[in-house]
Design a protein around this ligand. Structure first.
Ligand SMILES: Nc1nc2c(c(=O)[nH]1)N[C@H]1C(S)=C(S)[C@@H](COP(=O)(O)OP(=O)(O)OC[C@H]3O[C@@H](n4cnc5c(=O)[nH]c(N)nc54)[C@H](O)[C@@H]3O)O[C@H]1N2
Ligand SMILES: Nc1nc2c(c(=O)[nH]1)N[C@H]1C(S)=C(S)[C@@H](COP(=O)(O)OP(=O)(O)OC[C@H]3O[C@@H](n4cnc5c(=O)[nH]c(N)nc54)[C@H](O)[C@@H]3O)O[C@H]1N2
Ligand code: SF4
Ligand SMILES: [Mo]
Length: 671
C-alpha cells in the first residue's frame, strides 16, 4: 500500500506517496504542493533509497566493522579526549535536514552526555541572518508567519535574493496571480517571470532597501496609522533613510531610480502585499541588517501581522525551521530558548534531570567552530550529523586543514560524502522514507514524514547512534522517534517554539500543525502576529541600520564579484544528488557563468576551462556565457567542491553568517 510521506530535500516539504516499486506520486492534501507539483529532485528521490553507493556498514579507518566495535571505539576515544582535554574538546556539528527528534536529541546529547558547549549546525550558513532580524523586529522567528497558500491572494510580492523557480519550483504556483518584483544580480528563471526585475550589484541590497524606504517616505506612502498603532522606533529609521536619496542608491546599486519608484509604488498601492527574502539578500556579513532594512520597509508600508500581507523568509533545508528550534544551535535550548536565560536553563535542565548549573553555556558559531578544530584551544574531536562542510563551508580549504588536524572525526551519513571520506569512523544511517519523524516546513507547519520502506539491514537511525553512544557514556537516551518527540514537547513547553500540544496523531489527522501550539486541543497558530507581535509590548520594532560595502570589494588583482547559489537539479553539497543519474544529466558539472562582454574582455569562449581564483584559493571550471548576469559579476553553483575554496568567511556580527554571496575573484582562461 502506498505510504504518505514528504520529500527528502527542501523546506517546502512537498507531500508525496511512495508506492510499489518505490513509485513516487505527489500528494494533493499537502497545501505546499496541493497543485500536485514536485520538482525533478522530488520525482527522482526514490533513487536515493536504492543507490548503489549507499553506505551499508560501519567503517573504522576504512574497514567494515560491526556496530558494537564502531560505537565502542568512538565512545572510548571520546572519553579519552575528554579526560585529557576537557569536555569542550569534543564538538558536534548538526544539520537542518535532520528531523526535529534528531535535532533535539543531538543538542541534548552534546549538553548532557558530552557536557560540551561546542555544538552548532549548518543552519548558521542558511537562514540565520533572517532569523536574527525577525527576532529583533518581531520578537520571534517563524520564518514565514503565515501559510504559504496566503500568497495566492497577494497582489504584489517583492522577493529579495531568492530564485524559487529553481529552488522550490512548486512554490511558484502560489505566486501566479501576483505581480512579482525580483531583486537579483542575475536574470534568473524567477526574474524572467517577474513583473519587475531589479538587478543590483551583489552586496548592495541594504542600500537598495534604504532607498525604497526613502522613496516610500518621500512619496507619502507610509501607513502612518499602522506605524503608530503597531510599531516602535520609526523616527530613528526615518532619519536613517533620509541620507539614502534615490540617485545615491542608484550609484551604489546600479538600479535605476524609476525602477525603484515603480517597485515602491506597486507595493504601497497593493491591497495585499508581501516582502520575502532568500539567501541572496541574507548570506552576507551584513545579512541581519539587510533583512532588517527589508522588514523596516514592510513595516513602513503596514504589511507584517495583517491578514493577507506580511514579511517572510524562505527557509531552505527540509527541516530548516525545526532545525533551528530544538537546541542544536550554539546559543540555544529546545523551544527556541536562549541558553544564557536562567529560566530557560532551569526548565530544560528539569526535563533532562540534571542541575541547571551542569548545562554548558553558549559555544562557537558554525564557521568559528570549524575554524577552531585541531587548534591548541579548539576541539580535538568532531561528530558530524547531516552536513558536508568540505564542500559547503566558506574558505573550504582552510576548513579541510582544520578537519585534518583533528584527533577524531566521526561522520554519520547515508553516503560517502567528501567529508565522510576523511572520517576515522563512518556510521551508515537511515534516511527519510526509511524512518519516521517530524519536519517543520518553511511555514512553521509541523509535518509527519512517515517510514515507507525498510532500511538496509546494517543501517541504523541517527537516534540509535545517539542513544548508543549516550549509553556507553552512562546516559539513557530514547531512540524511538515518538518517545523522543514526547520529550521534545515537554522541553519546548513555555518557549517561543512551543510544541507541547502537537502529537503524531494530530499531525497525521490533517495537513500538519503550526507552532506555537501550547496545549492539548490548541488549534495551532498559522498567523502568530495578527493580534500582537511577540515582543514585550506587542509592537514590532523598527531598527535603524546603515549600508556598508561587502567585506571584500573588487580591485586590480581580483577585479570581479563572485556570487554563488543553486541550480534546480542539484541539492546543497551535492552529496545526495550527484549520485542520481537524471540529475547528473541535467546538471553534470560545476561552471562559472559570465557576461558576454566580460568573457570577450577576458578572451573566454563558451566551454573554455577557466581558473577562478580569490585571495583564499582557486578552482578550475567550465565557462558558461550568458547575458542574464551583470557585467561586473560571475556566478558559480556550490554543489561541487571548488566554489567554496573562493568564498569569504567574513561573518555577520549578529548572526555569524558567512559572506557566501559576494567576494572578489579573478577569472583566467587556461590555455
Ligand atoms: N535546487 C535546489 N533547491 C534548493 C536547494 C538546493 O541546493 N538546490 N537548497 C535549499 C536551501 S538549504 C536553501 S537555503 C534554499 C535557497 O534558495 P534561494 O535563496 O532561492 O537560492 P540561492 O541560489 O542560494 O540564492 C538565490 C539568488 O540570490 C542571488 N544573489 C546572489 N547574490 C545576491 C545579492 O547580493 N543580492 C541579491 N538580492 N541576490 C543575490 C543569486 O543570483 C540567486 O539567484 O534553496 C533550497 N532549495
Ligand atoms: N558558496 C556557498 N556555500 C553555501 C551556500 C551558498 O549559497 N553558497 N549555502 C549554504 C546553505 S544555505 C546551506 S543549508 C549549506 C548546506 O550544506 P551542507 O550542510 O553540506 O548540506 P547537505 O549537502 O545537505 O549535507 C547533508 C549531508 O547529510 C547527509 N544526510 C542526509 N540526510 C541525513 C540524515 O538524516 N542523517 C544524517 N546523519 N545525514 C544525512 C547527506 O548525505 C549529506 O552528506 O550550504 C551552505 N553553503
Ligand atoms: S520543491 Fe523541495 S520539497 Fe518539493 S519536490 Fe522539490 S526538493 Fe522536494
Ligand atoms: Mo540553506
Amino acid at each position: 500500500m502506498a505510504v504518505k510521506t514528504h520529500c527528502p530535500y527542501c523546506a517546502l516539504q512537498c507531500g508525496m506517496e511512495i508506492g510499489a516499486g518505490l513509485a513516487i506520486t505527489p500528494r494533493t492534501d499537502v497545501p505546499a504542493n496541493a497543485s500536485g507539483a514536485l520538482c525533478q529532485k522530488g520525482w527522482t528521490a526514490g533513487e536515493l533509497l536504492t543507490n548503489g553507493t549507499r553506505l551499508t556498514t560501519p567503517l573504522l579507518h576504512g574497514e567494515a566493522v560491526a556496530w558494537d566495535v564502531a560505537l565502542d571505539y568512538v565512545a572510548d576515544r571520546l572519553s579519552a579526549i575528554r579526560a585529557e582535554h576537557g569536555p569542550d574538546a569534543v564538538a558536534v556539528f548538526g544539520g537542518g535536514g535532520l528531523t526535529n527528534e534528531k535535532a533535539y536529541a543531538l543538542g541534548k546529547f552534546a549538553r548532557v552526555a558530552l557536557g560540551t558547549s561546542q555544538i552548532d549546525y549548518n543552519g548558521r550558513f542558511c537562514m540565520s541572518s533572517a532569523a536574527a532580524a525577525s527576532i529583533r523586529a518581531f520578537g520571534m522567528d517563524r520564518g514565514m508567519p503565515f501559510p504559504v497558500t496566503d500568497l495566492a491572494e497577494a497582489d504584489v510580492v517583492l522577493l529579495a535574493g531568492g530564485n524559487v523557480a529553481e529552488t522550490m519550483p512548486p512554490f511558484v504556483r502560489h505566486l501566479e496571480d501576483a505581480r512579482l518584483i525580483v531583486i537579483d544580480p542575475r536574470r534568473t528563471q524567477t526574474a524572467r517571470r517577474a513583473w519587475l526585475h531589479l538587478q543590483p550589484t551583489p552586496g548592495t541590497d541594504l542600500a537598495l532597501a534604504l532607498g525604497l524606504l526613502h522613496l516610500a517616505i518621500a512619496d507619502d506612502l507610509v501607513d502612518e496609522e499602522y506605524v503608530a498603532a503597531r510599531t516602535t522606533g520609526f523616527d530613528d529609521v526615518r532619519t536613517s533613510a533620509s541620507a539614502w536619496w534615490p540617485e545615491r542608491v542608484e550609484r551604489v546599486t546600479g538600479v535605476p531610480v524609476h525602477r525603484m519608484r515603480q517597485a515602491v509604488r506597486a507595493l504601497a498601492a497593493a491591497g495585499n502585499a508581501y516582502v520575502l527574502t532568500g539567501r541572496g539578500a541574507e548570506q552576507h556579513a551584513k545579512g541581519t541588517d539587510t533583512v532588517t532594512a527589508f522588514i523596516n520597509l514592510a513595516l513602513a508600508l503596514g504589511l507584517p501581522g495583517t491578514q493577507g500581507s506580511g514579511y517572510g523568509c524562505l527557509t531552505g533545508q527540509g527541516n530548516g525551521q525545526g532545525g533551528r528550534e530544538h537546541g542544536q544551535k550554539a546559543d540555544q535550548l529546545p523551544g527556541y530558548r536562549k541558553i544564557d536565560d536562567p529560566a530557560a536553563r532551569e526548565h530544560v535542565a528539569g526535563v533532562w534531570g540534571i542541575p541547571a548549573d551542569d548545562l554548558p553555556g553558549p559555544g562557537r558559531s558554525a564557521y568559528e567552530l570549524l575554524d577552531a578544530l585541531g587548534r591548541p584551544d579548539g576541539p580535538r574531536a568532531l561528530l558530524l550529523f547531516g552536513s558536508n562542510p568540505i564542500v559547503s563551508a566558506p574558505d573550504s580549504e582552510r576548513v579541510a586543514a582544520r578537519i585534518g588536524d583533528l584527533d577524531l572525526l566521526v561522520a554519520c551519513d547515508i553516503v560517502m560524502s567528501e567529508t565522510a571520506v576523511l572520517a576515522d569512523v563512518v556510521l551508515p544511517v537511515t534516511q527519510w522514507a526509511e524512518e519516521t519523524g517530524t519536519m517543520t516546513n518553511l511555514e512553521g507547519r509541523v509535518l509527519l514524514r512517515r517510514r515507507a520502506v525498510a532500511p538496509p539491514p546494517q543501517v541504523r537511525s541517527d537516534l540509535d547512534v545517539i542513544a548508543g553512544l549516550a549509553a556507553r557514556l552512562g546516559h539513557r537516551f530514547a531512540s524511538d522517534p515518538a518517545e523522543v518527540f514526547d520529550e521534545l514537547r515537554r522541553a519546548s513547553a513555555g518557549g517561543p517554539a512551543d510544541y507541547s500540544g502537537i502529537t503524531y496523531e494530530r499531525i497525521a489527522a490533517g495537513p500538519g500543525v503550526f507552532w506555537p501550539c501550547p496545549q492539548d486541543g490548541h488549534p495551532g497558530t498559522p498567523r502568530p502576529f495578527l493580534d500582537a507581535f511577540a515582543t514585550p509590548d506587542g509592537r514590532a520594532r523598527f531598527v535603524a541600520v546603515q549600508h556598508r560595502p561587502p567585506a571584500e570589494e573588487p580591485d586590480d588583482d581580483y577585479p570581479v564579484y563572485l556570487s554563488t547559489g543553486r541550480v534546480l537539479a542539484q541539492y546543497q553539497s551535492g552529496a545526495q544528488t550527484r549520485r542520481i543519474a537524471p540529475l547528473v544529466e541535467a546538471a553534470p558539472e560545476p561552471y562559472v557563468e559570465l557576461h558576454p562582454d566580460l568573457a570577450a574582455r577576458l578572451d573566454i569562449a563558451p566551454g573554455d576551462v577557466v581558473r577562478v581564483s580569490s585571495r583564499r584559493g582557486e578552482t578550475k571550471v567550465v565557462a558558461r556565457i550568458s547575458d542574464s548576469i551583470r557585467r561586473d559579476t560571475v556566478f558559480m553553483p556550490f554543489h561541487w567542491e571548488g566554489a567554496n575554496r573562493l568564498t569569504n568567511p567574513a561573518l555577520d556580527p549578529t548572526s555569524r553568517m558567512p559572506e557566501f554571496k559576494v567576494c572578489a575573484v579573478r577569472v583566467e582562461r587556461i590555455s
